[in-house]
Design a protein around this ligand. Structure first.
Ligand SMILES: Cc1cc2nc3c(=O)[nH]c(=O)nc-3n(C[C@H](O)[C@H](O)[C@H](O)COP(=O)(O)O)c2cc1C
Length: 457
């Protein structure tokens, strides 16, 4: 079972208001010592990856201002997760690091350099969560006016991928460094190639600034599940993240992905389908429910609505609590809206329902119980939704993940769901190697096909 620990370098990621809980250590998000200990604990507990979300703007749609998000520490302040990864790599040896970086804000040449650098420094343990963004607030601060229309963002992202594949797969040959003292040649210039990319959105001659790391292309994650988002994911992603309120809800996405994989002649085993769940675990079911009830006293529903408003672009402050959320055309995060509308056709979600649901764990379910109860429920999700694993979210950052390690992973291990790859010492220790058994993108993947398409300087 693929196990990822979801987090973000912010005081409040998805569960709102709990920074006020007596056990909360809300300053942890900017504390390197906390992250180092946390990474080591998650690795020991058998997690495949830490997964860092990121946004580059303020959630300022709710009431037309960012006040609620700022007050609540709702994904604000947001530190840059890319800068944390080397320190965590030094503290760990097998866990991977999925990091979000946005193609709408960072030029592909620089993003390719940053991830190639991290691939070297982590010894091949970095992954990239490819996002196109949904916040106007971010773009306004980067010299832009407005987001591109939803589907066009993915068109541009497709071309972005051509550029980075060129830089990672086709620019510098892995054996370019020859270090030949006799001929005074550190790098063989014949093995360094321009990419000469010139397209609708980008002109990048190359060559890449960094030699390929152990994975060349970092493991590719993607989480958009609108129809265009799924099309993009099937073309590029190796780990696909979903979020949905029920196994039926997520099953619809899994079915769409599986059909499209088949249509693209891509084998199902080349993708890992992962859904988000918030877990509140304890020694017994009763103790876990006690924690859940305790947490519920602290939630901040306005902050939850500010998050949803920022995702979708819908200012929910203008609705009445009894108004039913409708599927409308939006240019923001379509899968967030569809989770509570078209993907859940048997239920009419009011704004009050949404606020209550979103307050703990945002779009995903909350699983509460002992290790046995939690693993029973995770197994049910695997059976009914058809997913390969989970992005584990928390309500309280430190205590809930520690409880997961203490109560849930021993049960997962006992049932044979964890740890096989880690015990195989002969196995490659890159992230892709551990998940798929191969360090580089397969040659028949979209990115792998770029390998060997060399040009001369
Ligand atoms: C588990 C998960 C994590 C995500 N993390 C981020 C993130 O860190 N930054 C971001 O901009 N979008 C993030 N998203 C949003 C998606 O990348 C995407 O923008 C969103 O689902 C809208 O895409 P769609 O309209 O194609 O559905 C995440 C989504 C999911 C399900």
């Amino acid at each position: 079972m693929f196990l990822s620990a979801l987090d973000m370098l912010v005081p409040t990621h998805q569960t709102s208001g709990l920074w006020r809980h007596p056990e909360a250590q809300h300053a942890q998000y900017s504390d390197l010592h906390f992250w180092k200990k946390h990474a080591a604990m998650l690795e020991e507990a058998g997690f495949d990856t830490m997964f860092f979300a990121d946004v580059s703007g303020l959630y300022d749609v709710y009431e037309g201002t960012g006040t609620t998000a700022i007050r609540a520490g709702m994904q604000y302040p947001a530190l840059d997760p890319l800068l944390l990864i080397s320190a965590l790599a030094a503290e760990t040896s097998t866990i991977g690091f999925g990091v979000t970086a946005n193609v709408s804000y960072l030029p592909p040449y620089l993003l390719a350099r940053t991830f190639a650098t991290l691939d070297h420094l982590t010894n091949g343990r970095v992954g990239w969560n490819i996002v196109t963004g949904y916040q106007r607030s971010a773009l306004r601060n980067l010299g832009g006016e407005d987001l591109l229309p939803h589907d066009q963002r993915y068109d541009r992202a497709d071309e972005y991928m051509e550029v980075v594949y060129g830089l990672w797969e086709a620019s510098v040959e892995p054996d370019a460094i020859i270090g030949d003292v006799t001929s005074n040649t550190y790098i063989d210039p014949k093995k360094v190639h321009p990419i000469d990319h010139s397209g609708d959105w980008f002109t990048v001659p190359g060559p890449a600034l960094v030699t390929p790391g152990p994975q060349r292309t970092p493991l590719l994650f993607q989480a958009g599940s609108s129809p265009r988002g799924i099309e993009f994911a099937v073309k590029h992603a190796e780990a696909l993240f979903f979020s949905g309120t029920s196994p039926d809800n997520v099953r619809q996405l899994v079915d769409q992905v599986e059909q499209q994989l088949q249509a693209a002649r891509r084998r199902r085993e080349t993708a890992r389908l992962i859904t988000s769940v918030t877990v509140i675990a304890a020694q017994t079911d009763e103790a876990a429910y006690q924690r859940y009830r305790d947490y519920s006293q602290y939630v901040d529903q306005d902050a939850a609505l500010a998050l949803f408003a920022g995702w979708t672009g819908l200012d929910l402050s203008k609705y009445q609590p009894d108004d039913v959320l409708q599927e409308v055309h939006i240019e923001g995060n379509r899968s967030a809206l569809q989770s509570f509308t078209s993907m859940d056709p048997d239920r009419a979600w009011t704004i009050a329902d949404l606020a209550a649901y979103m307050s703990i764990g945002a779009r995903g379910p909350v699983i509460v119980g002992s290790g046995k109860t939690v693993v029973d429920e995770l197994e049910r999700w695997v059976r009914e939704a058809g997913v390969d694993g989970f992005n584990i979210d928390y309500a309280l950052r430190g205590p809930d993940m520690t409880a997961f390690a203490q109560f849930v992973t021993p049960e997962l291990r006992a049932r044979g769901h964890l740890g096989a790859a880690l015990q195989d010492e002969a196995h490659s220790q890159t992230l892709r190697g551990r998940i798929f058994g191969t360090d580089w993108l397969p040659q028949d993947s979209t990115g792998g096909a770029y390998r060997g398409s060399k040009r001369s300087l």
